[in-house]
Design a protein around this ligand. Structure first.
Ligand SMILES: [Zn+2]
Length: 240
């Protein structure tokens, strides 16, 4: 059975430090017996952070999941060996901002779908700004200011953001699932699923905040054409 998602993420802001055992070291990459770092995926950049042991310290510059989770390090001092106990810290400023940006992306995608039937066909979560590509039947109906207001009103409703695991059948029958399940990888049986109030249900492996009230209000900073029927919407978080 294949399960979507990196299962061990802390669900809120400020993910705690953790300790792990090094299971593999190759070039500038470490594997651990467990990890709470988020690897790049789903349009969200990898976590950053640091690791320290009795004989070694480094910054974590990137994390990729290729079967195993590979923690790519830089600025290292000392030596690291398989079997070493190592203390790991996730960069809170980086992670918290991306979790807020990512949760805002769910809101924007859901509300654009609700209002105009728009489908999200791409997104790139960023620290300074995030972009979402939306595909419309009639993009002339899109109203940038109205969407911004809808999103900010929803943020201020303090909707709960919850996570659970669901089989494909449950998602196919749920009208709050706005992604096209036919476009999702066919080999997944169980989906890590993010629900936001009664607004949205979405299979997703990324990091989120547990309540929409933790997201600052957004500002749609740019809207541009991305070809027939498509618009690219870029947004910022107004306060940090
Ligand atoms: Zn997500």
């Amino acid at each position: 059975m294949t399960i979507l998602g990196h299962l061990d993420q802390h669900p809120g802001l400020n993910p705690p430090d953790f300790s792990a055992v090094v299971t593999s070291v190759n070039d500038n990459s470490i594997e651990l017996d467990k990890t709470f770092f988020y690897p790049m995926g789903g349009g969200q950049p990898a976590d950053r952070g640091s690791m320290i042991s009795e004989s070694f310290e480094c910054n974590i510059a990137d994390i990729r999941k290729k079967g195993a989770v590979l923690h790519q390090f830089e600025s290292s001092k000392g030596t690291v060996n398989v079997g070493d106990q190592i203390d790991c810290s996730i960069d809170h400023i980086w992670r918290n901002k991306l979790s807020k940006m990512h949760t805002a992306q769910h809101l924007i995608s859901a509300l654009a779908n609700e209002e105009w039937g728009a489908n999200t066909v791409g997104n790139q979560i960023g620290f300074e700004k995030t972009r979402i590509d939306l595909e419309f039947e009639n993009r002339d109906r899109f109203d940038r200011q109205y969407l911004e207001q809808l999103v900010n009103d929803t943020i201020n409703q303090n909707l709960l953001v919850s996570m659970d695991f669901r089989p494909s059948g449950e998602l196919l029958d749920n009208p709050l699932v706005r992604v096209n399940m036919a476009r999702m990888p066919p080999n997944i049986d169980i989906w890590r699923t993010i629900s936001i109030g009664d607004l949205d249900v979405c299979p997703c492996a990324g990091t989120h905040v547990p309540n929409t009230g933790m997201i600052p209000e957004i500002e749609i900073s740019r809207v541009k054409s991305k070809g027939a029927g498509r618009l690219r919407v870029e947004y910022l978080l107004k306060e940090q």
